[in-house]
Design a protein around this ligand. Structure first.
Ligand code: G3P
Ligand code: MG
Length: 281
């Protein structure tokens, strides 16, 4: 299983792929995670109007595709992912926005790897199947985050669909499933106790945290970076729960969290953290 590939601690996780050097949640971002030395990569999964699973972060398509410039979709504002079919989503350009928005200043700074600008322009929204095939092909472990399908409260169909695809891809041993929606985690635990889970939390720790996580059946805890300290990491380690904070882009903080015993660090700057850790040994 996932943790057999990563038996220790102090691992680098590429958030949405190597998203400071490539458009997030694309196959190019996955490839760069691997090339830049991530130990595992994180990506987000959503369901389309016709029940397919795609790798995409936001509820809507406007930030990370060219949908707003496409006449055929002008009447579809606010362009919710779940309102589009897979075939429609695949027509969108999910790369070029990165070159114009330059969200990390890496384009202007000349930090892009040679040849990546051309490849960036050709990126499409990947299917979950493609992402799982990438993970399987390269044996690069994946943190698969299931996004809360707010349009369908109480419906856990996405969990069953994700599980089916993990099995079909024969990627069971390489995937850690996480979600802010803990009902999804409960459903996954019921359906597939062999798939390791991580509870994502963004603001405040659940009450009676250890008991809560034990009941949920999770192997890992993924809190916001500002919620983590040495005491928390030690306490959870005592109960076999690994802590991996997100999203840590301050490298001094990342290193101190690793020193505190964190299992992993989810970062937008895979290359910088990897270099920093290499220089330390
Ligand atoms: O899985 C960690 C992190 O990705 C959670 O937040 O919004 O970046 O998906 P978000
Ligand atoms: Mg995520």
């Amino acid at each position: 299983m996932f943790f057999d590939h990563l038996p220790g601690a102090g691992y680098v996780c590429a958030h949405r792929g190597a998203r400071s050097l490539t458009p997030e949640n694309t196959l190019l971002a996955a490839q760069l995670s691997l090339d830049l030395g991530a130990d595992f990569w994180e990506m987000d999964v959503r369901m389309t109007a016709d029940g397919a699973l795609v790798v995409f972060h936001d509820d809507t398509l406007s930030r990370t595709t060219d949908v707003t410039a496409r006449a055929e979709f002008a009447h579809r504002a606010p362009w919710a992912v779940h309102d589009f079919s897979l075939e429609e989503l695949r027509r969108l350009d999910a790369g070029s926005w990165f070159l114009s928005a330059d969200p990390y200043g890496t384009v202007a700074n000349g930090d892009l790897l040679p040849g990546t600008a051309e490849r960036i322009r050709g990126q499409r929204i990947p299917t979950l199947g493609e992402a799982l095939a990438f993970t399987r092909r390269h044996a690069l472990p994946m943190n698969l985050e299931i996004k809360d399908q707010k349009q369908a409260p109480g419906d856990t169909a996405i969990v069953e669909a994700v599980l089916r695809q993990i099995r079909e891809a024969d990627a069971d041993g390489l995937v850690l499933v996480s979600s802010f929606n803990h009902d999804y985690l409960k459903a996954m635990h019921r359906l597939a106790p062999d798939i390791p889970l991580a509870a994502l939390v963004g603001r405040r720790h659940p009450e009676d945290l250890v008991e809560y996580l034990t009941k949920l059946g999770v192997a890992a805890y993924h809190p916001d970076k500002d919620m983590v300290d040495v005491e928390l990491v030690g306490r959870l380690a005592g109960h076999g729960v690994r802590v991996t904070p997100y999203t840590v882009n301050d490298m001094d903080r990342a290193v101190s969290l690793i020193d505190a015993g964190c299992f992993g660090i989810i970062t937008d700057f895979t290359h910088t953290l990897r270099q920093r850790l290499i220089r330390r040994v």
